[in-house]
Design a protein around this ligand. Structure first.
Ligand code: ATP
Length: 335
């Protein structure tokens, strides 16, 4: 494996569940060290994709590789490279949480002493040291969410895959988790997360694939997607319609003039605003209103798919905040 071997490589991936064609030829390359987001509504195929990567679901067609190795033929190798924090809590109710982590490390052959050291370190980092000897039932929803990520990290994988890591948790905890995930990525981990929160993808991901109904409909940095798929313009309202030609500094930007309204399309409307306004003033025109319009990733998503992120094929109910996730106080300093 060379340094340029991608962390994840997926070619022409298809998956059917009985009659349902859930993945219709997915292609993805995720370089090592990238913070990558798979963004899509409920039922788009995000979980199916990551379950194929982690060997939990089989696929009938396509080539799926982790660090250059096939996920079916070299399942043992590829599975070790991945820490998966699934959407659902999957803890053993009978053990204290420190023991849950130690046992998980044991599945990957980590010696007990080393496993205990890692468990203590992760519990501390996630603000869970005080709960180390408690069973899972005693943890709030937000604490369980953190433990899920700690469990995914215990065997020190190269790649961390998080399926909707902040679903149903409050804003404060979400931001604390973002900070933690960013720090992990800065230390070199490849992070793949699925989300249907546009703002999460915008805040965290260097690159985003938008998936809808089993197909990748767009791929790029959030900025690139917004620039190519969204509207960006400067809209200026004048006190009276311009009589002669507009000043050269504006005319060269191919403006659209409609009475007192001047619209200038630009990739960077914010940057050109001052120059355009100065040129208008210098030519004796007075401005009553200036609007800078920059689409969000959400608008790009709607433009591409024809529906909102919360209106996937299955029309999921709105996310209900997890009341338990809102209670704890110690997380902010730690994560
Ligand atoms: P969500 O955001 O709701 O988790 P998702 O993007 O992760 O959605 P998947 O869970 O991959 O979507 O589901 C893709 C499609 O496959 C959906 O139509 C879903 O109902 C269907 N599906 C998923 N798992 C199964 C299964 N085990 N059996 C049958 N159909 C399934």
């Amino acid at each position: 494996m060379s340094d340029t071997t991608p962390a994840i490589e997926i070619r022409d991936l298809h998956k059917r569940y009985d009659g349902l064609h859930a993945l219709k030829g997915i292609d993805l390359t995720i370089p090592r060290g990238r913070f990558f987001g798979l963004l899509g509504p409920n039922g788009a195929g995000k979980t199916t994709t990551i379950h194929i990567l982690t060997g939990l679901v089989t696929h009938e067609r396509g080539d799926v590789r982790v660090l250059g190795r096939d996920v079916v033929e070299e399942y043992r190798f590829t599975r070790r490279q991945i820490g998966l924090a699934p959407q659902e809590f999957n803890f053993d109710r009978f053990f204290p949480i420190r023991e849950i982590l130690v046992l998980q490390a044991g599945y990957y052959g980590v010696p007990r002493k080393e496993a205990e050291r890692r468990a203590d370190d992760l519990l501390e980092r996630f603000g869970l040291t005080g709960k180390a000897n408690q069973k899972i039932q005693k943890l709030s929803g937000g604490m369980k969410r953190r433990l899920l990520i700690a469990k995914a990290m215990i065997h020190e994988p190269e790649i961390l895959i998080l399926d909707e890591p902040t679903a149903g948790i409050d804003v404060e905890l979400r931001r604390a988790l973002w900070t933690y995930l960013r720090a992990l990525n800065e230390r070199g981990k490849t992070v793949l997360l699925t989300t249907h929160y546009i703002e999460e993808a915008e805040a965290l991901c260097e690159e985003v694939a938008i998936i809808d109904r089993g197909e990748i409909v767009a791929l790029g940095t959030p900025d690139h997607l917004i620039e190519t798929g969204g509207d960006r313009y400067l809209e200026i309202h004048l006190t009276r319609p311009p009589e002669g030609p507009l000043p050269a500094a504006i005319a060269r930007r191919d403006p659209h003039v409609d009475g007192t309204r001047v619209v200038i399309g630009s990739k960077h409307p914010r940057r050109i605003a001052a120059e355009v306004m100065n040129a208008l003033y210098a030519s004796g025109l007075e401005i009553t209103e200036v609007r800078i319009v920059e689409s969000s990733l959400e608008e790009v998503f709607v433009g591409l798919t024809g529906h909102g992120i919360d209106q996937g094929p299955e029309l999921a109910p709105p996310a209900v905040p997890d009341p338990a996730g809102a209670v704890e106080g110690e997380i902010h300093e730690e994560i």
